[in-house]
Design a protein around this ligand. Structure first.
Ligand SMILES: Cc1cc2nc3c(=O)[nH]c(=O)nc-3n(C[C@H](O)[C@H](O)[C@H](O)COP(=O)(O)OP(=O)(O)OC[C@H]3O[C@@H](n4cnc5c(N)ncnc54)[C@H](O)[C@@H]3O)c2cc1C
Length: 477
């Protein structure tokens, strides 16, 4: 395990009162909803950013907003740090606790409260998984658009905290574009409603502020999300290229021409091989880079859009164009892409980087990324949301070799800086968490950060909500 990233030192006053705190918390949640035994705490020590772990003070798993409010009121009163947690799939360490923290898990809050087709929205508890929303309304011809690859497990509360995206967000936007309202518990236990079933905010866009705030402004307990009608048809098409740069340039030209398919996903050769071995999706193995482009609409609309895309792809020397012919083939194509991280995990440990770049810089950043990886003597698989310019180099390493882990982290940090220097930003959809916290000064000035911290302090003056995350520990004032 690498120890390059520091956590805040635990508050001695909290650690010394552990027994008393546990007894008090037990009174605030239903029986069995307080986890405090050493072994039972292990699953809560880390998240998808597995290089780091800390054992929390305790975990509470409330079932209602009122119970969340009672826990927050108590923790606020005694200055106990609180780390909200959904499914713990964060790839930036957002849900990793610290030793003096109570983990407030929302995974027991899985109720679908209301499905309202007249207003095209659904209201759900924060622990409902992303996929469960689409499953609940699918038979009626609707779906919830943002589709992180982790959608089987990740919760809507986590999606809101990270402003999550997914393959189909190119056309439909990310979480913030599909969120209408939240019920949220403030740090002192006050319950507030932001937004509702209507578009746009009255006054400041606080909903927009909360979306992407990484569990630092309040605990989301309910969400009202937009439902969309399913398209008439959808067709994923595989485009194989001889080089990653050709594929990257093709993406920039497609979007530049004003063509917005539902999805444009990119895989380089290592990623193609890894995903094909796992999913048997029929990906071509004789190409250096693959684009999965999905179009949707009527048959005529899909044909017309595809013809324009093929035309552009030809200008970039496309080698293979293969349309899915059946629903099974289409599902396999997506299965391969969506299981990319899991399939990679079968062959090596990896850190998944998440930077965003302007599309015109895709080819350049891909080239520079492989130079960085070569310099460190590492291996990388690139699989990412190309249409959004959201890069995900998966840097392969051995977690049990501290030197290898340190190299992987250093290479990752260089790649993220490269994204910023190319006019992009540190995160596309995985948040800052602890992973990118110390790079924030590469993206922002101290003055920028002071402004952001002032906003955070307006919600949580004592910084007890997820305090080790997002802002560099030094320079917090
Ligand atoms: C295999 C894999 C594939 C992935 N693919 C994608 C992808 O395609 N797109 C993408 O965007 N992400 C992806 N992720 C990252 C991750 O799934 C998302 O960040 C997701 O939104 C996290 O949800 P969660 O419920 O697991 O939240 P957690 O990991 O538990 O928490 C994430 C953050 O949200 C905060 N939080 C959680 N719940 C609440 C709440 N109710 N109120 C306030 N704060 C809260 C936590 O404190 C933490 O900061 C992937 C992860 C994995 C492991």
């Amino acid at each position: 395990m690498s120890e390059a990233i520091a956590f805040l030192p635990p508050r001695a006053a909290v650690l010394s009162r552990r027994a008393e705190i546990l007894a008090d918390l037990k009174e605030l949640v239903p029986p069995g909803r307080l986890v405090d035994e050493r072994n039972a705490l292990v699953p809560f020590e880390t998240d998808g950013f597995i290089a780091y772990r800390r054992r929390p003070l305790a975990v509470v798993l409330p079932e209602t907003t009122a119970q969340v409010a009672a826990v927050m009121k108590y923790c606020h009163r005694y200055g106990i740090p609180v780390v909200p947690r959904g499914a713990g799939t964060s790839l930036s360490g957002g849900a990793i606790p610290q030793e003096d923290a109570v983990v407030l898990g929302l995974s027991a809050m899985t109720g679908i409260i209301d499905v309202d087709y007249a207003n095209r929205c659904a209201t759900v508890q924060a622990g409902v998984t992303n996929l469960a929303i689409s499953e609940a309304v699918g038979a009626d011809g609707y779906f919830y658009a943002p589709d992180p690859s982790s959608q089987l497990a990740c919760t809507i509360g986590g999606n809101i905290a990270m402003n999550s995206g997914g393959a189909h967000c190119l056309k439909y936007g990310v979480t913030t574009n599909n969120l209408l309202g939240v019920k949220m518990v403030l740090v002192d236990g006050t319950i507030v409603d932001l937004g509702g079933k209507h578009l746009d905010a009255e006054g400041y866009d606080l909903l927009g502020l909360v979306c992407g705030s990484e569990g630092q402004l309040g605990i989301v307990t309910e969400a009202t999300v937009r439902l969309l009608a399913k398209p008439e048809g959808a067709r994923p098409v595989l485009f194989g290229f001889d080089s990653a740069e050709a594929a990257g340039s093709c993406v920039a030209d497609v979007i530049g021409a004003g063509i917005i398919p539902v999805a444009i996903e990119f895989m380089d050769k290592p990623a193609i091989e890894i995903c094909e071995a796992f999913a048997k999706a029929g990906y071509p193995l004789d190409v250096e880079a693959l684009l999965i482009v999905e179009v949707e609409g009527s048959e005529a609309e899909m044909d017309a859009m595809l013809a324009s895309i093929v035309e552009i792809a030809k200008r970039h020397g496309v080698k293979t164009v293969r349309e899915s012919q059946t629903a099974t083939e289409a599902a396999l194509i997506w299965k391969g892409r969506k299981s990319a991280f899991g399939a990679t995990g079968r062959i090596a440990d990896y850190i998944c980087m998440d930077g965003t770049v302007p599309l015109s810089q895709l080819a350049y950043v891909l080239r520079k990324t492989s130079e960085i990886i070569d310099r460190y003597g590492l291996r990388v698989a690139n699989v990412f949301h190309a249409g959004d310019g959201n890069m995900h180099p998966l840097i392969l390493y051995n977690i049990n070799d501290p030197e290898d882990a340190a190299k992987a982290e250093a290479a990752g940090m260089e790649i993220l800086k490269l994204c910023v220097d190319a006019g992009g930003c540190l995160t596309g959809e995985h948040g800052v968490g602890i992973e990118k916290r110390d790079l924030m000064l590469h993206q922002f000035t101290q003055v920028d950060l002071n402004q952001q911290m002032a906003v955070r302090s307006a919600f949580d003056a004592d910084w007890i909500l997820n305090p080790s995350k997002v802002f560099p520990l030094e320079g917090r004032g």
